[in-house]
Design a protein around this ligand. Structure first.
Ligand SMILES: *Cc1c(COP(=O)(O)O)cnc(C)c1O
Length: 385
């Protein structure tokens, strides 16, 4: 231990469990840090900086516009707020009180997850549709479009789609039904990167708003995210996130905002507590540019090589490299929970993926492991498994 962690009495950990928020998410590259350091030393108009971010996000995603949020979860709250309030400043001022407004968001039971709270935080009421036969193993039927139509009421405003590689193929049919009924489609693609092609895939499939985490694969600041989509919806989200302590007579609306539709500045909105600093906005832009420019095949090859070296240090264990969207290493142990406890008790503590630990399977994900820690990680795994 050294430096800031030692001074604060905080353990530095080896996080081989992926870009988990509770362990600090991704580790930033020096280029991103340099840009953030420079950003920290200059005053800017945050609305103007967010308009620059919008151009960068639009270029990376193919969406009309984009916004840097304080994370994908904040992006979901702002997405719901944008769908419910639009560019109406009085509605923005009322949230999360949505009585009398179109406030229902449809969500298939197969997509429900613990981040749904973020949608409800804007005042949205979630309406479950369909069954969860695939999740429970009861059957093979998934989301069917008639179930969407049957759930629509005059208060329905949007559809929330939690994307994963298995359900992504359902999105075009969902979009078609929602378009027909004037509903917006919000896609949670927080962790659907890489591949970088997914930055545009959901927009291309017709989603109105898509959220990504900045602190996962993109490698931006931990507390950053992206909301990309239709211009007026992103403008609504921006207005509900920005500080609005402005003199109305001198309000210079960000470029993204169509002043003809927003004649007066709104008050601080529902997203004011999710403010994003100049450092995070700049860091996210630079990290996103790097992520888009990255040679994905070369990055995968480097990752595989590192995993192979770690596997070679565990010669008598059963190991397997799983290609996946991000290659990982599976290690079979006789007692998964005991191995995880031993790794966590080590110095430094080591975190591995615990999804399959009950089956005795540890998963090593190197996205948030510095290459110089690989040897210590391998040694810890050899001791604990
Ligand atoms: C990580 C994650 C989020 C939250 O992302 P943050 O950037 O940490 O706010 C939301 N939805 C899903 C599916 C996620 O995996």
């Amino acid at each position: 231990m050294s430096g800031i962690h030692a001074r604060l009495g905080v353990k530095r950990r080896i996080n081989a469990a992926g870009t988990l928020t509770r362990l600090g998410g991704s580790l930033m590259d020096e280029t991103v840090l340099d840009a953030m350091r420079e950003a920290a030393r200059g005053s800017v108009d945050i609305g103007e900086l967010q308009s620059a971010a919008s151009r960068a996000i639009a270029a990376a995603t193919g969406a009309e516009a984009g916004l840097v949020t304080s994370g994908a979860a904040a992006g979901l709250t702002l997405a719901a707020a944008a769908c419910i309030a639009g560019l109406d400043v009085a509605r923005m001022a009322r949230l999360p009180d949505t009585r009398g407004l179109r406030n229902e968001i449809l969500m298939p039971r197969t997509h429900r997850n613990a981040y749904d709270h973020a949608l409800r935080a804007a005042g949205a009421v979630l309406v479950d549709i369909g069954h969860n036969d695939r999740g429970t193993g009861a059957g093979i039927r998934g989301l069917e479009t008639w179930e969407i139509e049957a759930a629509i009421t005059p208060a329905t405003v949007a559809f929330a789609f939690a994307a994963n590689p298995e359900n992504a193929g359902d999105l075009p049919a969902v979009v078609a039904v929602c378009r027909k009924h004037g509903l917006k489609v919000i896609v949670d693609a927080a962790a659907q990167l890489p591949p970088a092609s997914n930055l545009s895939a959901f927009v291309t499939a017709g989603a109105d708003l898509v959220v990504f985490s900045g602190g996962k694969a993109i490698g931006g600041p931990q507390a950053s995210g992206i909301l990309a989509g239709e211009r007026d919806l992103v403008a609504s989200a921006l207005l509900q996130q920005l500080d609005m302590d402005v003199a109305p007579a001198r309000w210079a609306a960000p470029d993204l905002v169509d002043r003809a539709k927003v004649p007066v500045p709104p008050h601080h909105g529902i997203g004011r507590g999710f403010k994003v600093g100049k450092e995070e906005i700049v860091g996210l832009i630079v990290a996103l540019e790097r992520f888009v420019a990255r040679d994905e095949a070369a990055a995968t090859a480097v990752l595989r090589k590192r995993l192979e070296t770690i596997a070679a240090a565990l010669p008598d264990r059963k190991t397997r490299i799983v290609p996946g969207r991000v290659a990982t290493l599976e290690i079979e142990t006789t007692d998964g929970p005991r191995a995880v406890a031993a790794l966590l008790a080590g110095d430094p503590p080591v975190h591995v993926g615990e999804r399959d630990v009950a089956r005795g399977m540890l998963v090593v994900d190197l996205q948030a492991v510095r290459a110089e820690d690989d040897a210590a990680l391998a040694a810890a795994l050899a001791m604990a498994t």
